[in-house]
Write a protein that binds this ligand. Structure first.
Ligand SMILES: Cc1cc2nc3c(=O)[nH]c(=O)nc-3n(C[C@H](O)[C@H](O)[C@H](O)COP(=O)(O)O)c2cc1C
Length: 158
């Protein structure tokens, strides 16, 4: 795909509005890692499966491939700063960020619209991304407005 075509592909995919999640995982030493991801998708009801797509260049990739569990935190409208923080580099993303371990141990963030804890069931390589599929083990949600991503920008509903 040429550079122009890539840009066009991005532009077209940006026409699909999504929410934003912070996907979290522990490494083998128990340290927290997290990444902003809007590729979250529900896959199956029975069993309850979800997926995220992880860029092969992302440093967190290996932790998703190895970790038995991962977490999904669905951001609310006021959490743009968290989205930026977990997409940035050059610092510890969890430093100063409140979190608590879920029942599987994965880091969960306060004030999000929903938390989902998954057991990793499969990782499928697709092009330059890994599709990480998880079975939902625990989940919770609350009312509120979502943070929306559309056309490469943060939006809110309404
Ligand atoms: C709104 C938004 C959505 C993103 N969604 C994804 C995604 O679904 N998958 C992914 O691999 N990277 C996604 N990214 C980029 C990653 O958050 C970012 O590139 C990654 O955390 C960089 O990690 P590293 O610098 O530690 O390698 C997204 C970034 C933003 C701002």
């Amino acid at each position: 795909m040429s550079k122009i075509e890539k840009q066009q592909f991005r532009r077209i995919c940006g026409k699909f509005a999504s929410g934003i999640t912070i996907a979290t995982v522990l490494d083998t030493e128990g340290a927290c890692h997290g990444m902003t991801a809007n590729s979250f998708t529900s896959v199956s009801l029975t069993p309850p499966l979800v997926l995220i797509c992880v860029d092969h260049r992302a440093r967190i990739r290996e932790h998703f491939r190895i970790g038995a569990h991962f977490g999904i935190n669905i951001l609310s409208a006021g959490q743009k700063d968290l989205s930026d923080r977990f997409a940035g580099s050059g610092y510890d993303r969890f430093e100063g960020v409140p979190w608590h371990p879920g029942q599987t141990g994965v880091p969960l963030l306060p004030d999000v619209l929903a938390t989902i804890e998954c057991a990793r069931v499969n990782v499928v390589t697709a092009g330059d991304h890994d599709i990480v599929i998880g079975e939902v083990i625990h989940a919770d949600c609350r009312d509120g407005e979502p943070l929306v991503f559309y056309g490469g920008q943060y939006r809110s509903l309404g």
